[in-house]
Design a protein around this ligand. Structure first.
Ligand SMILES: Nc1nc2c(c(=O)[nH]1)N[C@H]1C(S)=C(S)[C@@H](COP(=O)(O)OP(=O)(O)OC[C@H]3O[C@@H](n4cnc5c(=O)[nH]c(N)nc54)[C@H](O)[C@@H]3O)O[C@H]1N2
Ligand SMILES: Nc1nc2c(c(=O)[nH]1)N[C@H]1C(S)=C(S)[C@@H](COP(=O)(O)OP(=O)(O)OC[C@H]3O[C@@H](n4cnc5c(=O)[nH]c(N)nc54)[C@H](O)[C@@H]3O)O[C@H]1N2
Ligand code: SF4
Ligand SMILES: [Mo]
Length: 695
């Protein structure tokens, strides 16, 4: 049978690596990274390689469904697409009529493929677009915003040219982005030093030159001590600071008490190692990266950990530097025109956001783009500042991504319509009123996306396979919903028409994507920092942020020592593993076979005190919830915490493999969504203690 090669984009995690599928008939023969994409080197990670197993899996939603029983009961009516879409369109119209357009909420997973559904929501007239990020990287985003006036994605991590990379709360070799892994390994071969700061010995820690095991929740004081060392011992970049850092004196005064000795007592690290790290970084500057973190929805002070990490980068002159955190280029920076946005077809809704972001007291400093979805859930419950009655969860599983499913379900009670647009079953889909099954990424095409960076590019996902089941691409779903609701602007006849619309200003056509699946727009371009770089009032990095202060929050917040867990209890910690993506690959046949359940990492001494041996089944309890999991007894974890990989402990009967395997960390955080960071917006998921006992 003849084979063809199709350029696609991996959809098995948020990273979305450009890829190439070899197809024979309607079958995948081979999957690989797009060999033309910089840094990918033709590779996919283990999850990306399991894409064909996702297609082959019958245990995913195969047709549209409307709920027949109670929410979450699992009784479904199989319906046609026409009926499903007419039902959703009718309900949205009814709710809009009764409660106004603003009573409709849509949340997604962020990323480069949002334009169609964002345009649909705007066409309806609602300002309430949110993403998932208060459960992930909002603290990093707001840290960048509070210092630079721009977001975290406006600087890149130039691993390839770096001389020293500090990975703090960042397990780069297991929480994978293929290009980043390749770039860092190349740099390591060329002599780049890696320092890993974690509460356990990860794969990253094993590959690092230096591993610092910190007491959980003390990263902030470690960073303050590094800042103290850099300033007190004149190790910082004085030219950069004089030109681009405002409020340096305030910072000097603020960090005065946070000596290496002080931080040593808090973190459990020897003071000499903290001093040595500051010295090593100063010697390698400005080609250094102190990673500000990614999944940082952890502590009450995570926002300040992220801020202090960025401040260290600034003091080392790494902001805007080659080998550091260079400024990211969009099409305009390399003299090109960008894609035309569908969302711009509609006026910005006049209503204020329901989450209060941008206008409510205490919330004026937050990013108004995707807001804070956890606060929108509060509005569902309270009806304040106004009611939310319809919710579309697009590629988003909040019931697993936020703490305490029962609590969240209770908060959603006032919803008259809950729709899930998804390619797999999830707790949220199972609880929805309507499931609109999306074709997995190999069975759909997507809008053209922009990849900003030192070398910006455009890339496209083409359809490699015809859908096995009665599923549809997301652009088709929203096009048809728009059609049903009389929104003519989004009534495109085909994806080709959408692509043509997007490319209208660029001078490009789809033929330009033919050979490689992408179009390189220019670069590499390392733009020097100049008067226009920082989007602050002074044009400099502002260490004291006026908006934060106006919202009653300290820019330079004193360190507060984290509570030690009570006797016999542990701080809960969690993270990723190379073989799975969040909760939605546990049931993937190939990945399940390689890792069917998670384990509880527990320190050897702590386990011995409880009479727990390696491999024992233990019971873990948090609040009213408890569950069983196998213990992994190891010296490689701090004694104050127990760790488990997130995403396990599935309960749905439609997932025969994943069901009942391992434990769900999110259930061990009772009422946890209410504990969120007023500065950074992230939910504080590691501010919970659990009990562990042998069974
Ligand atoms: N307790 C606890 N909570 C956490 C975390 C934790 O470690 N512990 N991690 C947090 C983090 S870092 C994040 S990002 C969030 C993640 O949680 P979410 O933001 O909900 O994201 P996912 O679980 O990746 O995907 C959500 C759903 O989208 C569906 N989906 C539909 N189409 C696609 C597609 O094309 N590609 C993919 N990949 N999925 C699709 C998936 O099947 C899945 O059901 O959870 C956060 N919540
Ligand atoms: N394989 C795989 N790769 C992924 C994903 C996936 O699901 N699977 N998801 C993607 C997404 S959405 C995200 S957000 C990123 C997340 O990327 P990361 O944030 O790097 O990943 P995590 O594993 O959540 O957390 C990193 C480390 O923080 C450590 N940690 C916990 N508490 C503390 C503490 O108090 N101090 C310090 N210093 N460390 C601590 C954990 O032990 C863990 O090793 O990964 C992305 N890549
Ligand atoms: S990191 Fe792995 S799963 Fe994520 S997009 Fe890339 S290949 Fe796919
Ligand atoms: Mo994430």
């Amino acid at each position: 049978m003849t084979r063809k090669q199709v350029y696609s984009v991996c959809g098995l995690c948020t990273v979305r690596c450009p890829m190439m599928a070899t197809v024979a008939g309607n079958r995948i023969v081979h999957l690989q990274g797009n060999p033309h994409a910089a840094g990918i080197k033709g590779a996919l990670c283990a999850r990306g390689a399991a894409g064909a197993a996702l297609i082959a899996d019958d245990e995913r939603p195969q047709f549209p469904m409307i709920r027949a029983g109670e929410r979450g009961e699992g009784k479904w009516r199989k319906v046609s697409w026409d009926e499903a879409l007419a039902h959703v369109a009718g309900e949205l119209a009814r709710i809009r009529q009764t409660h106004g357009a603003r009573s409709i909420l849509l949340s997604d997973r962020g990323g480069p493929f949002r334009d169609m559904h964002r345009a649909f929501l705007r066409a309806l007239g609602s300002p309430n677009y949110c993403n998932h990020d208060s459960a992930c990287a909002r603290n990093v985003q707001h840290a960048a915003l509070s210092l630079f006036g721009f977001g975290r994605k406006d600087v890149a991590y130039d691993y390839k040219n770096s001389k020293h990379v500090v990975l703090q709360t960042r397990n780069i070799f297991e929480a994978i982005n293929v290009k980043e892994v390749n770039d860092l390994l190349d740099a390591k071969e060329a002599g780049c030093k890696i320092t890993s700061i974690d509460v356990r010995t990860t794969v990253t820690a094993a590959k690092a030159d230096t591993f610092l095991m910190v007491r959980p929740g003390t990263d902030y004081v470690l960073n303050l001590a590094v800042i103290h060392e850099l300033l007190a011992r004149d190790l910082y970049d004085k030219d950069f600071a004089a030109a681009w850092i405002k409020d340096l004196e305030a910072l000097k005064n603020f960090v005065a008490p946070y000596t290496a000795a002080y931080a040593a007592a808090e973190t459990g690290l020897p003071a000499a190692r903290i001093t040595a790290l500051a010295e090593q970084l100063a010697a390698a500057a400005p080609a250094v990266i102190w990673h500000p973190g990614w999944m940082t929805a952890r502590y009450g002070d995570s926002f300040h950990v992220c801020r202090s990490a960025y401040i260290i980068n600034a003091l080392l002159g790494a902001i805007g530097a080659k080998g550091g955190l260079p400024l990211v280029n969009g099409p305009g920076h390399v003299g090109k025109k960008g894609l035309k946005n569908l969302v711009d077809l509609f006026p910005k809704p006049g209503d204020k956001r329901v989450d209060g972001v941008g206008w409510m007291e205490g919330r004026t400093h937050f990013d108004t783009g995707p807001g804070l979805v956890n606060l929108a859930y509060e509005a569902i419950e309270t009806g304040e500042p106004y009611p939310i009655r319809a919710y579309i969860a697009h590629r988003h599983d909040p019931l697993m991504a936020f703490p305490d499913t029962a609590d969240l379900k209770r908060r959603w009670k006032n919803l008259e319509l809950l729709v899930s647009v998804t390619f797999s079953w999830s707790d949220t889909a199972w609880f929805s009123d309507v499931v609109l099954p999306m074709s997995p990424y190999l069975e759909r095409e997507s809008l053209i996306a922009t990849k900003k960076g030192v070398s910006p590019s455009l890339f496209v996902r083409r359809r490699a396979l015809t859908p096995r089941f009665d599923t549809r691409a997301d652009w088709e779903i929203y096009r048809d919903l728009a059609r049903a609701m009389g929104i003519q602007e989004l009534d495109f006849a085909s994806i080709e028409d959408i692509w043509a619309y997007q490319l209208a200003d660029t001078g490009l056509t789809m033929a330009d994507f033919e050979a490689t699946g992408l179009v390189k727009l220019g670069g590499p371009l390392y733009r020097p920092v100049d008067g226009k770089t920082f989007k602050t009032a002074s044009g400099k990095i502002e260490l004291v942020n006026p908006k934060l202060e106006a919202d009653g929050l300290a820019s330079l917040a004193p360190y507060v020592s984290p509570a030690a867990p009570p006797e016999g209890r542990f701080r809960v910690s969690f993270g990723r593993v190379g073989l799975h993506t969040q909760g939605h690959t546990v049931n993937n046949p190939l990945l399940f076979a390689q890792m069917p359940e998670n384990e509880l990492w527990i320190n050897t001494d702590a386990a011995a005190k409880l009479g727990i041996a390696d491999g024992d089944v233990v019971e873990v309890a948090g609040g009213a919830h408890s569950g069983k999991i196998k213990a992994k007894v190891t010296e490689g974890i701090h004694p104050e915490t127990v760790f488990m990989v997130h995403g396990f402990g599935h309960t749905l009967p439609v997932e025969s493999r994943a069901r009942g395997r391992g434990l769900a960390d999110n259930e061990l955080m009772p009422g946890g969504i209410a504990n969120w960071d007023k500065g950074g917006g992230g939910v504080c998921m590691q501010e919970h203690f659990v009990g562990v006992r042998p069974v």
